[in-house]
Write a protein that binds this ligand. Sequence first.
Ligand code: PLP
Length: 285
Amino acid sequence: RTVYLNGEYLPETEARVSIFDRAFLMADGVYEVTSVLGGKLIDFEGHLKRLERSLNELDMPKPEAFDELLDIHRELVRVNDIDDGLIYLQVTRGSDGDRDFAFPDPETTAPTLVLFTQSKPGLANSPQAEKGLKIISIDDVRWGRRDIKTVQLLYPSMGKMMAKKAGCDDAWMVEDGHVTEGTSNNAYIVKGGRIITRQLSNDILHGITRAAVLRFAREAQMEVEERPFTIEEAKTADEAFVTSASAFVMPVVEIDGASLGDGKPGPVARRLREIYLEESLKKAI
Ligand code: PLP
């Protein structure tokens, strides 16, 4: 696999980053994941805008190649011959060769920019979408700036492991009695045809797929309500689903052991998955 590191395309075994890099020592980095379908990028503009926002919120310098990111994505898709898959991009604050809580001088310390591809043949035809996900609920103990897409992913990783241990697929996190989001996705329930999902704030990541799906839902005259909901409300909902760049729209069929509806992916989630894939493929670049 060829990867990109700070201006160079390299074999993955030759790409090296300093042990003093602040992402390694302090999780001082932000990232984006963009899907590739049929060799084209899904929602690229949205991911680029959110990357810029994450960098701004953390006072992290933009990498020199920021304006070339589309070309870099396309080149990696080309050289790695990616038909369906993902592109992972990470920007870190770099390093001035020491460990210090204070940020290094941005005049003399360049950010680190890394991109790599992951091939996922048949990404849009995942068998999981036919089965749906089983979800457990866990406390949300993350920091208060979940709107920034940082590489601090230890708790979400632990949440995934807790779900696996319980024989489930993923976890929804709960704070002050209400669901915030999934470990790596935004969370939704459906009641009486209405789509309910938590409103945007610093409590959740502003999902790029969320924005697109809500837009398509409204265009299709579906009712959308942006408000918090509890796990109890979710357990008695008609259906539920999650959205993310890598899973698109993924139905949820069980929450904390309670089956939703008839225990199969619901019609609203199925329809939104179809619309999302169709519409975002049309706009793919
Ligand atoms: N929420 C969290 C915590 C995430 O990690 C992700 C994606 O990685 C999402 C939501 C979904 O965001 P997007 O649709 O932009 O992938």
